[in-house]
Design a binder for this molecule. Structure first.
Ligand SMILES: Nc1ncnc2c1ncn2[C@@H]1O[C@H](COP(=O)(O)OP(=O)(O)O)[C@@H](O)[C@H]1O
Ligand SMILES: [Mg+2]
Length: 281
């Protein structure tokens, strides 16, 4: 069934590329029905560092189980926004709520560009670290084995991190983030240091794990193609605000070569570059 692309709400501008998608094959995005994810609502969130007003009023609702990508130029505040959502830092003003759950901060896990593995611990033990205090419980090992299986790395459980490839290290980091079954997973450019092919494999893995586990996903990436390939929705962060909010209603799995994916990517890139050009004037 064909559905029009739902582009940005009235308060944010739209992208010309929407036109290109009129005839594309589109479908309602498959946010998992059995989602365990938490909804996230930000209201008037502001954050400054000294005179640097980084976030200038973020209003945003992410439904439970949605996979959102955040793009924007370097230094625009993407990592700051993730840190606030993950509770690693506090906003100067505004609120961040996770549905009715008071303890939501405990349910948010982060994954970074650097895998941050403990070099003196084997792979399975590195995954157990993600359990926090629960790693001393009798079933910790079983949970870690489950998480390693989820990222298709069972065979490496007894290896040291140093012998792993970059992609394998990131899989361990993903398993460590998954092992506590978080209801929100925030990714800060997790694939940024990987080569192009490994990146594509990892994107598919992220998408599959999200669809299996049903967490709410927030992916910060500088790769617009990655955002359009894996996310339900792409937010463009600019000058401390959400400048564009684009629904990606394309069928999954999506291939980068597909015309609709390429058209959306190009439209978002053009928008980002136009803003860069405006700044120079
Ligand atoms: N702890 C901090 N102290 C001072 N300035 C910071 C801090 N964290 C981030 N910033 C500044 O906030 C701005 C946004 O940073 P960041 O969120 O890391 O951007 P992005 O992830 O989009 O590249 C940058 O100008 C950065 O220098
Ligand atoms: Mg960053």
């Amino acid at each position: 069934m064909q559905q029009p692309l739902r582009f940005a709400p009235a308060s944010v501008r739209t992208i010309d590329g929407a036109e290109l998608l009129r005839d594309a094959e589109v479908a309602r995005t498959a946010t998992p029905v059995s989602s365990r994810g938490l909804p996230i609502t930000l209201r008037g969130v502001r954050k400054s560092f000294g005179d640097n007003e980084v976030l200038r009023g973020i209003d945003l609702h992410i439904p439970a189980g949605q996979f959102v990508a955040i793009v924007g130029r370097s230094g625009c505040g993407k990592s700051t926004l993730l840190r606030l959502i993950a509770g690693l830092d506090a906003p100067d003003s505004g609120t961040i709520a996770f549905g009715d759950h008071d303890d939501a901060r405990a349910q948010v896990r982060m994954m970074f560009q650097e895998p941050r593995l403990l070099p003196w611990a084997r792979v399975l033990a590195n995954v157990e670290v993600g359990l926090g205090a629960a790693r001393r419980s009798p079933d910790a090992r079983q949970h870690a084995e489950w998480a390693l299986h989820e990222v298709e790395l069972d065979a490496k459980r007894d290896q040291w991190p140093t012998v792993l490839s970059g992609g394998q290290k990131q899989r361990v980091a993903l398993a460590r983030a998954l092992v506590s079954r978080p209801r929100v997973l925030a990714f800060d450019e997790p694939l940024g240091a990987l080569d192009a092919l490994t990146r594509i494999t990892m994107q598919r893995l992220l998408e599959r794990v999200w669809s299996d586990q049903g967490f709410t996903g927030i992916l910060v990436t500088h790769d617009v193609a990655e955002a359009v390939t894996v996310a339900d929705r792409v937010l463009v962060l600019e000058e401390g605000r959400i400048a564009n909010d684009i629904q990606i209603d394309l069928k999954r799995p999506r291939s980068r070569g597909a015309a609709a994916v390429a058209a959306l990517e190009e439209a978002i890139l053009r928008d980002l570059l136009r803003d860069a050009a405006d700044d120079k004037e």
